[in-house]
Design a protein around this ligand. Sequence first.
Ligand code: XIL
Length: 451
Amino acid sequence: MTMTVRRLTRAATAGLVAAAALTAAAHSAEAADTLGSAAAGQGRYFGTAVAANHLGEADYAATLDREFSSVTPENEMKWDATEPSRGTFSFGSADRIVDHAQSQGMDVRGHTLVWHSQLPSWVGSLGASDLRTAMNDHINGLMGHYKGEIHSWDVVNEAFQDGGSGARRSSPFQDKLGNGFIEEAFRTARAADPAAKLCYNDYNTDGVNAKSNAVYDMVKDFKSRGVPIDCVGFQSHFNSNSPVPSDYRQNLQRFADLGVDVQITELDIEGSGSAQAADYTKVVEACLAVSRCTGMTVWGVTDKYSWRSSGTPLLFDGNYSEKPAYDAVLSALGGSGDPGDPDDPGDPGDGTPSCTATYTRTADWSSGYNGQVTITAGGEPISSWTATVTLPAQQSVSALWNGTPTWSGNVMTVRPSWNGTLAAGASTGFGFTVAKNGSDAAPVIGTCTAS
Ligand code: XIL
């Protein structure tokens, strides 16, 4: 009963939504130089993951509204958030995101209907026949609530195992319903909202490998048998262990050649400065080279709220300044934008020295570890930098190199020894040895300041 009313309420606003979208499109045509408008010029969307609890932060909302044309709720549409107990749906946080997006003329990606993670325990305790009913009810409940309002749904997420086997991942769905659960989920989803594109989404499938081969075989089989699938999502979470694959474009293209759209769904690339910017360029260029790559989504607005915040993997830093990666993406999208606009924070010529500090543990043994902090200058040359390292209370530093420390309690403030001067985008760093004294926790690296 409640659901019917909510469905009508959401559907009744659809006319208003369409009007808002037109206004936004007209507006962005005049005001170029954003990720969304530049991507639109290439016939693509440029989206971000959004968390409902940050929408009230003015800078967060302003950056979101200015730059992006699509949003994906980061957690709010997952099973644990939307159906915490069987048959009781809660859409409050997801509705806030969808309402916000629609008021700004942004599209919404739905994430995700059937996934082994962020799954309430009641689902795992059902027997096979009940589980099948519950899965279909869940799909119908969510897709029904947002019918006509979601451009693409991640119907099934991460159903394949990592590593070389190409096997399905163990999950309540796989273990009790077998391979057929994926097909059943897609068929249910098609009937629930025929207007939504239905995607299969996964990670470590970005290049050609055993896992992506297994997904490829599934999609090929679905297409040959008429199982409704429209798109494949490539999460694209990259870092030094999992770099942007050299055959990324070829991999996207071979999926597109099966007759599905491809989308980059959760892009983030750990790193900083010009190296990170170059990696972002590769990703955008790969998507633009594949005509069925319909859009890209980065997995968050700002480094400070990233699920991998220590890796600073996004396009805006913690102060919402555009990073070199932002300029690289805008320029790869053909934005008439202003990489190098002296008025933009972080761009060369803005007159403001800036830096970022990123941390890695470079060695580890039972009683201690070595840490390394990399300092990277922003868009201006700098003559000095300051970084803070807050150590867990038990730990103590026994050696430090390539920096000069001063101490206040367990906070170590480090300034350059010989390595203060950096060209724009260049990096240096300092290292230190820590005695664990019983605590293996990581230090917290504070904001880097430069002069
Ligand atoms: C992540 C969110 O970013 C985190 O806030 C949450 O704690 C865990 O999930 N693959 C996915 C996303 O499909 O849903 C995950 O999002 C990241 C990996």
